[in-house]
Design a binder for this molecule. Structure first.
Ligand code: CAA
Length: 283
């Protein structure tokens, strides 16, 4: 199963990072989103990241130019007609993903693998929207994608072994470390990470300590690179709430109940770093 051409759907924080590492890895990448402005913003982020790496002498100007030359913008899903792999990093909504996968099933060549970067939604259910559930798989990158080594690779109920192997090899070719995980709410990463973040928000909500103190305890006491509240801002509080809701619904256990303070912030439009305000303020 030779993978050469890839479409990445969604030019946001995750999608642009995935497109960058795939293009750096030598793949031809179509970066797709609903509007030209979204794709341009994604490409601008990639250009800035690559420029910073050239400045720091981490990569050569030649690699930067070759990477950029492998990226093609798209707002027409029909551009997926000749790809070998789609990596979907669109909004975390089952209805939207199901519709998108049903369309991709019609558009992409028969051999193409359809991967999703969903952070917690069931791969099996996304696969059921297609007539090729054996070729649907989870490929969960971590944020910031160019830096983080892990890719959780999630097998849906019907995912074929050769599809798993092809994606595992592809992740390795990006310099990432793939880890095999079965399909369960939040997989492994977010099943463990998000309840910790939610608990940190409860600690703030209940006045156990200030936000700075909570973050300091986890940074200095547990050697985490970022405190949990800073990390929540970095992931996006809307995404954190969505994952907690998926865990709560998926397991039906109140230990996954999202903290009311998290709901309040999301209702206020305080989404974290991307909106300029979350637990902390950003310029
Ligand atoms: N994009 C690209 N590169 C970035 C970046 C970004 N957004 N942010 C930082 N970097 C790079 C820097 O350029 C730097 O690269 P070099 O070493 O090549 O110079 C490197 O990362 C380290 O950056 P800094 O020295 O500026 O800062 P730092 O040491 O604090 O590291 C960090 C930044 C890597 C983000 C670190 O704080 C960290 O590891 N934080 C935790 C990240 C984490 O937990 N991610 C998982 C989130 S959960 C998730 O993604 C799953 C989900 O579904 C929600």
């Amino acid at each position: 199963m030779a993978i050469k051409r890839i479409m990445v759907i969604g030019a946001g924080q995750m999608g642009s990072g995935i497109a960058q590492v795939c293009a750096m890895g030598g793949y031809q990448v179509i970066l797709h989103d609903l509007q030209e402005a979204f794709v341009e913003k994604g490409l601008a982020t990639i250009t800035k990241n690559l420029a910073r790496q050239v400045e720091k002498e981490k990569i050569t100007a030649e690699l930067r130019d070759a990477t950029l030359s492998r990226l093609t913008p798209s707002t027409d899903l029909q551009n997926a007609a000749d790809v070998d792999l789609v990596i979907e990093a669109a909004v975390e909504n089952m209805e939207i993903k199901s519709k998108l996968f049903a369309e991709l099933d019609q558009i992409t060549p028969k051999h193409a693998i359809l991967a999703t970067n969903t952070s917690s939604l069931p791969i099996t259910e996304i696969a059921a929207a297609t007539k090729r559930p054996t070729q649907v798989i989870g490929m969960h990158f971590m944020n910031p994608v160019p830096v983080m080594k892990l890719v959780e690779i999630i097998r849906g109920l019907a995912t074929a072994d050769e599809v798993y192997v092809a994606i595992e090899e592809m992740a390795k070719s990006l310099g990432k470390t793939p880890v095999e995980v079965n399909d369960a709410p939040g997989f492994v990463s977010n099943r463990i990470l998000l309840p910790m973040i939610n608990e940190a928000i409860y600690a703030l909500y209940e006045g156990v300590a200030t936000k700075e103190a909570i973050d300091e305890v986890m940074k200095l006491g547990m050697n985490h690179p970022m405190g949990p509240l800073t990390l929540a801002d970095f992931i996006g509080l809307d995404t954190c709430l969505y994952i907690m809701e998926t865990l709560h619904e998926g397991f039906g256990d109140d230990k996954y109940r999202p903290c009311p303070l998290l709901r309040k912030y999301v209702k206020a439009g305080w989404y974290g770093k991307k909106s300029g305000r979350g637990f902390y303020e950003y310029n």
